[in-house]
Every structure is written in C-alpha cells, then in structure tokens.
Design a protein around this ligand. Structure first.
Ligand code: VGL
Ligand code: ZN
Length: 208
C-alpha cells in the first residue's frame, strides 16, 4: 500500500457562466480564481469539474413553456429548480474562466449532460441514477482525502461534499475558495450546517 496516499484538490465549476455577468452569476465568484490557481501548488493531484448541459436541458426555464428561473417543476419524477440557460456544451459560457490556470488539471469531469436530470454533485446526478466516473477515479488511486473549492457553495460544492461523505471520503471544503448563490437568503449558512452535520471539514486555505 501507498505510505502517503495522495489527496486530491477538486476545483468545481470555475466556468464563465458562474462568474459575474454569466448566465447564473454567483456573487463575487471571480474572487476565488487567484486562490484556485495558488492552491494547486500544494497538491499533487488536481481535478476539475464542468457543468456541461445540452441546449435542451430540462433545468433551463427557457425549455418549459410559461416557466421562469426560480420556478420549481417535476422533471422526470424529481423536483427541479429552473435556471437561466447556462453552461451549454462547447459554448463560451461553459468554458473555464480565462484567468483560471488549467495546465495541471489531470482530469475534467462533466456533469448535467442528461437532458432529463440535473446534477449538482460532481459524483452522481440528483437522483443518484448515474455517476460521473469521479468515485471510480478516486477509488482506483486509493484516494481517501478530497479538498473541494469552487462554485456554487450551496449547490455543486454542497451536493458533492454530501455524496463524498456517503462514499466514505475524508471531505474538506476550503471555505474562502467558495462562493454561494443564496437564492433564498440563508441558503449558504444552511449548506454549511448540512455539510458539517454530514462530517465534512470546513476549513480556510491558511489552515491547510
Ligand atoms: C450549479 C446551478 C445550476 C452548480 C449548476 O454547479 O452549482 N448551480 N447548475
Ligand atoms: Zn447547471
């Protein structure tokens, strides 16, 4: 066995559409990019994720007659919040932020590719029907410790951390490397509580 098992830095959805001015702008999200670049020096394995929707994705309000962003519907049997069009495959909105340094990323995992189901988590879709390959990737390399940062704290980061805990991973969230949407005020605080209760360690980059 590996005496010093690797830990993975997982950088979540640093894509144009989640930056100020994008389709689903996360407030102050541009502020995490320098940290995402800087922290890569501290990890031997860097992974990243991209929200990667087809144009007909069921999470887009525009694909449901009479619906607007923020409305809730039942999509193929489960509840779905509707969003503005964002992160459409092979468009500028889905690209990584221009200042984000990507040369050391070992693998990019795509999520939200099935038009009939959304995927906030980097591990599974919202109904846990299909996985993205990330769990197997980590298992094959005996990686038990993951460090998450990115967007959005109260969606993708939260659901990724909860799935990671269910998979038995030692899960860390680097708080100053994340920003949230707070669609309903308090969402960010509730997300932090939920992650902590599930055994996620919330830490600051200076405590790494
Ligand atoms: C996300 C909203 C819609 C996320 C993805 O990755 O946090 N949020 N799609
Ligand atoms: Zn999305």
């Amino acid at each position: 066995m590996n005496a010093h098992p690797m830990k993975a830095l997982i950088i979540v959805d640093l894509q144009n559409d989640f930056l100020p001015g994008g389709g689903v702008p996360v407030p102050h999200s541009d502020e995490v990019i320098p940290l995402a670049n800087e922290l890569q020096r501290r990890f031997a394995l860097i992974l990243a994720t991209q929200d990667w929707h087809p144009p007909n994705h069921g999470s887009f309000a525009a694909n449901h007659k009479g619906k607007k962003p923020g409305d809730r519907i039942i999509l193929d049997g489960i509840e779905q919040i509707l969003w503005p069009v964002h992160c459409v495959q092979n468009t500028r909105g889905a690209e990584f932020a221009p200042s984000f340094k990507t040369s050391r990323i070992a693998h990019v995992f795509h999520k939200g590719v099935d038009p009939l189901i959304d995927s906030y988590s980097t591990f599974f879709d919202n109904a846990h029907r299909r996985h993205t390959g990330l769990a197997h990737y980590l298992e094959e390399r005996s990686i038990k410790d993951i460090y998450l940062l990115g967007l959005a704290l109260d969606y993708c980061v939260k659901y990724s951390a909860l799935d990671a805990r269910q998979l038995g991973l030692n899960t860390h969230v680097i708080l100053d490397g994340c920003r949230g949407i707070d669609l309903e005020s308090g969402d960010i605080d509730r997300a932090l509580d939920e992650m902590k209760r599930a055994g996620t360690r919330i830490l600051k980059s200076r405590d790494l």
